[in-house]
Each structure stands twice: as structure tokens, then as C-alpha cells.
Design a protein around this ligand. Structure first.
Ligand SMILES: C[S@@+](CC[C@H](N)C(=O)[O-])C[C@H]1O[C@@H](n2cnc3c(N)ncnc32)[C@H](O)[C@@H]1O
Length: 203
């Protein structure tokens, strides 16, 4: 994949975080996944977390070991601004997930609407290689991508669309599919976007 940081920086520098198509007032489906896992305060990595409020909500729930990774510096700056006084409680990493080598293993790896941008098989293989290093044994992976009948593009970029079984194939034998469901996201502009949510556990 060509480095797309310029694309994403331009998005976060030109649009209000509440106006992008993936904006949600509350990260309901992510919390559903976390509650299904029954997780409390585990080392948590939000891959492509952007300006999402998920880290803020987890801080409110008492979580303490939170990392947000994003290809866009601008996204991370917006996120820090939204966190305000609590910004220093979250680790922010500017990196392309297909080039990043996790320095540690997390209890939960969360990705809402990032994996689906990896249209190139080599990038998906690199992502899964990072997953194998970055998720501890028995740790969990929460993945959300556009569903098979979802949009063909996101933020003007082409995406691949997945069923839960398709995601399980991509992750391979090292991860067991525990839960999956369909969510129809309402964009701020009023469009409907079907998502596949899937929760995996590392074997
Ligand atoms: C559709 S947005 C979703 C943001 C956030 N996960 C949410 O649910 O609000 C995709 C995010 O992934 C980031 N991103 C895209 N490609 C990436 C990559 N290869 N590595 C890391 N982050 C990436 C973008 O900068 C953007 O913040």
C-alpha cells in the first residue's frame, strides 16, 4: 500500500471529527464486544483509533493501559485535544499498522474500520503478522469492517468487505472466532453502512 498518511492527515485537518462518515456519538458496538469478552482494564490497543472517543470512554470505565495507534499525526492530535486533561493517560503511536512491529503484547486489539482498507494481500499478511506479536496468548481481537453488502469505498478509498467467516480466514488458525454480529452504522450525513463485527481469541 502506498503511504496514505497524507490522505488521512488532510481528512483530519479539513473536517470536524463529528462530521466524518465513521463518526459515532458513542462507541456502542466496541463496548458490546468488550462486554462479551468480559474484559476489565486489560492492556488495550486501538488500531487506527483516529479521533474516536473509545479511549475516553474506557478511561471513564477505569481502564489504565490504553494505546491508540494511527497512521495520521493529525488524527492523534485531534484525539489528544478531545481528551483534554486526560490526554497524557493515553499512549499515542503514529505508525502504519502494516509496517509496525508491536513492542509488546496487548490483551485486546481493537480495530474499527481499518483492516478493510488493506486491499493488497501483502499488507494483510503484514497486519496479521503484527497481530501475532501484538496479542498475548488468550488475548482478544475485536475487528469491525464493512459487511459484504456495505459500501465499496470509505473516505474515498477502496475497501474489501467481509463476513465474519471471511475475517476468520484472513486471521488464520491462530485465532478462534468467538462472536460476530451485524451492525448498521448511521453516518452523520444519514447514510446506512452495514458493518461486520467479530471477536476472536488468540489460541
Ligand atoms: C474509518 S477511520 C476509523 C477511525 C476509528 N477507528 C473510529 O472508529 O472512529 C480509519 C482510521 O484508520 C487510520 N488508518 C488508515 N490506514 C491506516 C494504517 N495503514 N495504519 C494505521 N492507521 C490507519 C486513519 O487515519 C483513520 O483514523
Amino acid at each position: 500500500m502506498p503511504d496514505q498518511s497524507a490522505h488521512w492527515n488532510a481528512v483530519y485537518e479539513s473536517k470536524a471529527p463529528t462530521s466524518v462518515s465513521w463518526y459515532q456519538a458513542y462507541p456502542k458496538a466496541s463496548l458490546k464486544a468488550i462486554d462479551l469478552i468480559g474484559a476489565q482494564d486489560q492492556p488495550f490497543l486501538d488500531v487506527g483509533g483516529g479521533a474516536s472517543d473509545l479511549a475516553a470512554v474506557l478511561l471513564e470505565r477505569g481502564w489504565r493501559d490504553l494505546t491508540v495507534l494511527d497512521i495520521s499525526d493529525a488524527a492523534l492530535a485531534v484525539q489528544a485535544q478531545r481528551l483534554g486533561d486526560r490526554a497524557q493517560e493515553v499512549v499515542r503511536i503514529a505508525a502504519n499498522i502494516t509496517e509496525w512491529v508491536p513492542p509488546r503484547a496487548y490483551g485486546i486489539w481493537h480495530d474499527r474500520a481499518v483492516f478493510h482498507f488493506l486491499t493488497n494481500a501483502a499488507d494483510r499478511a503484514a497486519y496479521v503478522a503484527a497481530l501475532r506479536v501484538g496479542v498475548r496468548p488468550d488475548g482478544h481481537v475485536i475487528l469491525a469492517t464493512f459487511a459484504p453488502d456495505g459500501p465499496e469505498t470509505c473516505s474515498g478509498l477502496p475497501v474489501r468487505r467481509y463476513s465474519a467467516e471471511g475475517l476468520a480466514q484472513e486471521l488464520g488458525d491462530a485465532f478462534t472466532l468467538l462472536h460476530h454480529w451485524r451492525e448498521v452504522h448511521q453516518t452523520p450525513g444519514g447514510a446506512e453502512q452495514p458493518f461486520t463485527w467479530a471477536v476472536f481469541q488468540r489460541r
